[in-house]
Structure formats: structure tokens, C-alpha cells
Write a protein that binds this ligand. Sequence first.
Ligand code: SAM
Length: 251
Amino acid sequence: MRIDAVSIFPDYLAALDISLIGKARREGIIDLRVHDLRDFAHDRHRTVDDTPYGGGAGMVMKPQPWSEALTHVLDSADETTGPAPVLVVPGPGGERFTQATARELAQAPWLAFACGRYEGIDERVYEWAAERMPVRVVSLGDYVLNGGEVAVLAMVEAIGRLLPGVVGNAESLVEESHEGGLLEYPIYTKPAVWDGGDGVERTVPDVLLGGNHAAIAQWRHEQRLARTAARRPDLLHVAATTQELAGLEHS
Ligand code: SAM
């Protein structure tokens, strides 16, 4: 997959050189190109922001550096990418980023991310971009960050780990939280009895030690339901719908 990201803080995205995403880049699974928006500003101070029309607090990102930066990205299309990327613009006013969004975006051969700062990007950039490529404004959650970079780190990691070859054992993706709608069951490793230094022996549930795979599967399913009901009851209807749809497919 090809990914371009435009930011005024390209160093912020250096974390994408580390761990599984970094390895995927070195192996050529992800071709990530980071661009400095200031390279597309032409004044001495490399200005990318200005005061808002209509007044109000803060600064707004100017349209011209954005159109030039995104034109530069569009001009780098090749036979692997198709003509244009899906442009993802992180923003607290966008559609919520979920596992389903990650799965959908993981299908695209080319994604571009536009990291806003200050009060955000001049609205005309969205119109300009939508005439040239699909545009999705995507929110990480109902809170406000200082810039889009943290959102891009999260989104690229969630999308990247779904690409074939990025996570060593593809099966580990199947039973995770938000796959099928439920949260993951509790997990344990050795030792079977652990004293955390407070004299209390904490044990692993017996069912996990018995080797009865059907009983383990049943226990895990019950735990997923219980945990989802306790922590995220809003997800239960998503899980029910997903399972009903799976049932329809198999009938
Ligand atoms: N004035 C904007 C508003 O009220 O919607 C908030 C601007 S915020 C300070 C600056 C940038 O941070 C945004 O342009 C966006 O790139 C990013 N950002 C902030 N919160 C975000 C969120 N919840 N999800 C994704 N990106 C976010």
C-alpha cells in the first residue's frame, strides 16, 4: 500500500519507522512518504496559516500550500497506486474512525493524509480536493487534539496491521476486540499462579488449563459478552447485527 502524509511536523510521524509498521515499510508492504507542508509555502517565513475571515480566535491553514502539496502527491501516481489516493483528513468533526473504517481503508491501494493544525484547514481545500479524489474527514474520537499527526499515527497503525504480512500470525487479528462487534476475552500467560508481592495468589481460570478446546471457546465467548456488556453495552447491538448477518450468509 502507498501512503502519503502531509504535515507541518513531519518528524512527528517518525514513530512509523518503529515496530511492525517500520518493518512493513522496510519489507515494501507499505510505501510511506511524508511531506512537509512548509515546502509548498513560498514566502521567506514559509507561512502556512493566516487569521480567520469573520474574526475569532486562532489561525487557519491557508489553501495555497495545501493545493500545491496535494498536487505534488497526485502527480506521483504510478501503475500500482491508481490515479488518485483516498484523502483522509483527520478532524474532530468527521465520521468516527472504527475497526470497520480501518478495514475499508485497508482495501485502498493508495491513501493520503492531510494533517491539520491551528483551527484547521480553509474549507475551500476540501472542495478543491473532492474534485480530484475521494475525501473522508475522519475523527479519532469526541475530543480535540492539537493536530492531525497523532490521529494519523493511530490510523496508519490500525490500517497497516490489517495488510497481509504485517502481523505475523493473521489469526491473531480474528478474535480481537471490535472484530465481530465484541470486546476480547481476558488473556493470561505463565505462571498459572502468580503472587504480585502482596501475598495474594492470583490464579488463571481452571478452564484454560484443562485443554478442553470446546469448553475454552464457550468460556471465551461468555467472557466476551460479559466484558462487552460491562464496559461497552453500546456495542452489543453491533455484535448481534453482525452475527445475524453472518447467520443469513450461512443459511
Ligand atoms: N477548530 C477545530 C474544531 O473545532 O473542529 C479543531 C482544530 S484542532 C485544534 C487542530 C487539528 O487537530 C485538526 O485540524 C485535526 O487535524 C486534528 N484533530 C483534532 N482533534 C481531532 C480528532 N478528534 N480526530 C482527528 N483529528 C483531530
